[in-house]
Write a protein that binds this ligand. Structure first.
Ligand code: S3P
Length: 462
């Protein structure tokens, strides 16, 4: 694999403060980098398939690079061909080992900042007869893993991590895994996916019951590779997913859509910066990922969905966005799974709305790359926005005028907190600084340059 970025090398380089300031209208047509969730899954399933998988549009961010390195360490051949894609961009070529064919990694698997990479990979490891040790950066080492180790233990795997099941962790996969039926206790696509991926190398049927639907990229991609997977409606709105184990996955081609969670940043910037008009091309429109668009439209945003189409089993469209005044609304808890990563940037949008925006059911935000509920509340308050946290509800009191800004906000290794405050700085009276922009590379390499190409002012602080 030709490696582009090393997670640990980035951290050794020292903090990289970034600052954004108010300027003119945003204009232009851009494509944000590939979807992080789909990129991780394409490397994992490509690595388990028989034959060759070719991926275009892969996110070349640190999180995904960590997954590519881990799959390589376990025997898959992962290669980057610089201008191999039909559009002249990079092509990623993966020669898989076949389901059940992963080798024991000779060294520690360093997953960097990647919660998705770590948890999904644990699913794969859980049903291979091998021992592996996994670690990550300061953020990932704080995140709870019990939500995956608990169901994966039922397959016969053993886990030994720091207190509270945290990384670094030793994982001993079950030599003779047994299939399970598991009801996911929280809305989490990572937990659902970890169980399904463990079910891949388990004889018999593995069943996951989801109380609330979450992003179904794993299910779509498993089908795309030829797995026998059924999705049915259960009692009381539940979804029942059944996977027949030990299929032969067949390598093929994957087109990774632009990440809707990354598109969210220029999108909200264009809604907020007066007179802006931008187009975001090829954005993933998976129904479980578009809660932000629905919410912003309810608040009054002008977002047009153009040329809806399907690419490699995922819906995609172009988004045309114009600046518009927003009004505060009540965002129900039921919307959280379809926009779980978008609350930080929604809170920024709410700070410019007229009236109060109440976002309910945000408990899961406390266990993301950082405690996002606290980070948003404290950062917005430091920028002069009136904000409250009431249990799992975030309340932003918008005044329909630009907040003061002027603060330096700590990012705590959280890419989305960093990008959210840089978007806020595009509308505030005074510039907004983030203490360290390095984490942005985990999901959105080239963020500052892409925003600059639309006319935004985002600079390194010297
Ligand atoms: C993801 C699922 C979500 C999301 C994360 C990516 C995935 O996490 O926040 O960024 O790719 O499955 P949870 O499963 O913890 O909700």
């Amino acid at each position: 694999m030709s490696q582009t970025i090393s997670p640990s090398a980035q951290q050794e380089a020292g903090p990289l403060p970034l600052r954004s300031r108010r300027g003119g209208a945003l204009a232009g047509t851009v494509r944000v980098p590939g979807d992080k969730s789909i990129s991780h899954r394409s490397l994992m399933l490509g690595g388990l398939a028989v034959g060759r998988t070719e991926v275009t549009g892969l996110l070349e961010g640190e999180d995904v690079v960590a997954t590519a390195k881990a799959m390589t360490a376990m025997g898959a051949k992962v290669e980057r061909i610089a201008d191999g894609a039909p559009d002249g961009g990079p092509l990623w070529r993966i020669d898989g080992v076949g389901v059940g064919g992963l080798m024991e990694p000779a060294d520690v698997l360093d997953m960097g900042n990647a919660g998705t990479g770590a948890r999904l990979l644990m699913g794969l490891l859980a049903t291979h007869d091998l021992t592996a040790v996994m670690t990550g950066d300061g953020s990932l080492r704080k995140r709870p893993m019990k939500r995956v180790t608990e169901p994966l233990s039922l397959f016969g795997a053993r886990f030994m991590g720091r207190s509270g099941a945290r990384l670094p962790m030793a994982i001993q996969g079950g030599a003779e895994p047994v299939p399970i039926t598991y009801r996911v206790p929280m809305a989490s696509a990572q937990v659902k996916s970890a169980v399904l991926l463990a079910g891949l190398n388990t004889p018999g049927k593995t069943t996951v019951i989801e109380p609330t639907p979450t992003r179904d990229h794993t299910e779509r991609m498993l089908r795309h590779f030829g797995a026998d997977l059924r999705v049915e409606d259960g009692d009381g709105g539940e979804t029942v997913i059944t996977l027949v184990g030990q299929p032969e996955l067949i390598g093929g081609s994957i087109v990774v859509p632009a990440d809707p969670s990354s598109a969210a940043f220029p999108l909200v910037a264009a809604v907020l910066v007066p007179d802006s008009h931008i187009t975001l091309t090829g954005v993933g429109m998976n129904p479980q990922r578009i809660g932000l668009i629905e919410t912003l439209r309810e608040m009054g945003a002008d977002i047009l969905i153009r040329s809806p189409r399907e690419e490699a089993g995922e819906p995609v469209a172009d988004l045309e966005v114009r600046a518009a005044p927003l009004t505060g609304i009540e965002v129900p808890a039921s919307r959280a799974p379809s926009m779980i990563d978008e609350y930080p940037i929604l809170a920024v949008a709410a700070s410019m709305a007229r009236g109060e925006t109440r976002m309910h059911g945000l408990g899961e935000l406390r266990v993301k790359e950082s405690d996002r509920l606290t980070a948003m509340a404290e950062g917005l308050a430091a920028c002069g926005v009136s904000v409250e946290v009431d249990g799992d509800t975030l309340i932003v009191h918008g005044k329909s005028e630009p907040p003061m800004g002027g603060a330096t906000v700590p990012v705590n290794l959280d890419h989305r907190i960093g990008m959210s405050f840089l978007v806020l700085g595009l509308i505030t009276e005074e510039p907004v600084t983030i203490d360290d922009g390095r984490a942005i590379d985990t999901s959105f390499p080239g963020f500052a340059a892409l925003m600059a190409s639309l006319g935004a002012t985002v600079d390194y602080v010297r």
